[in-house]
Ligand binder design. Sequence first.
Ligand code: UD1
Length: 336
Amino acid sequence: MTVMNAGRGAVLVTGGAGYIGSHVVRQLGEAGEDVVVLDNLSTGFRSAVTAGTLVIGDTGDRGVVSRLLAEHRVDTILHFAAHTIVPESVTNPLKYYANNTCATRNLIECAAEAGVRHFIFSSTAAVYGIPPGGFAAEDSPTIPINPYGTSKLMSEWMLRDASAAHGFGFVVLRYFNVAGADPGGRIGQSTRQATLLTKVACEAAVGKRPHVAIFGTDYATPDGTGIRDYIHVEDLATAHLDALRYLRAGGESTVLNCGYGHGYSVREVIDAVDRVNGAPLVRRDEPRRAGDPPVLVARADRVRHVLGWQPQHDDLGFIVETALRWERRLQRQPID
Ligand code: UD1
């Protein structure tokens, strides 16, 4: 175990009780970091926080945030807290701009006032919209096609401008399709009313859903279904610790894609769930879902070069295995 923070302040993790944040908190704890989690538990779970101190509150609440930054001598913020459901962002955009954009603005302001040195921000491949050819590099045009992507892109811009004005460093990580669960089986995605493909397919595998829908079978892809770059949550979490190390070593502010650089179709993902589960899921072909790009895959070289990131779980079978193991555990032992 490497102790990364000798002599430094604490790390504030907003949204640390959520799916991705909780995996990062676990790794930060294992690395010996002093961790403070701020989460309002609107979609997160108390039991998902396996390291550090949990404070229940809103990221947009300047009083709470300023107090935490001062009390814990926070030197780095990792900002996960956000709404993340794309279709909901289309029907209720102001909810997304309030939580993802306005709250982030308040957090950045508190960070600047408190002299926080480093900021790591959870962004999304949704900032690219529909990139030509389906591959997105960090310098591809950012033309989001839904308010979720726009809300995150606006936060990226605020960070860039505030960093230039106030002198803190940042790393923006643009996540592609995050999937899987802690290989140790301690935490996973517990989201209610889940919409993500791997989660939904695993719920069908344990009998929580009667079938899995395939949204669109007429795309110009080899098997007609959408292609995405699925990244294991444990590898994604590691990228955050790499980003922290990078910033502390004086690395320049930067924007990095987080994906493996290759994709799988919806049918390939469901095939993998069938194999791991040992029984075929009931599949139902449905029309395309509004706003879905046909193919979205990362150009993923920069994160390896800049951060030295070395993914360990680039394996669809393993992604599904860990997701399904967590789903079975949730089935036996629901959490609240
Ligand atoms: C996810 C992320 C988004 C990110 C994007 C990058 C969330 C909520 N969304 O969205 O932020 O920008 O990855 O690619 O975190 N599908 C089905 N049946 C289902 C569910 C999905 O066929 O029941 C299909 C979709 O049409 C799509 C693929 O599976 O082709 C992946 O969908 P999903 O898991 O919902 O993720 P994204 O929409 O790609």
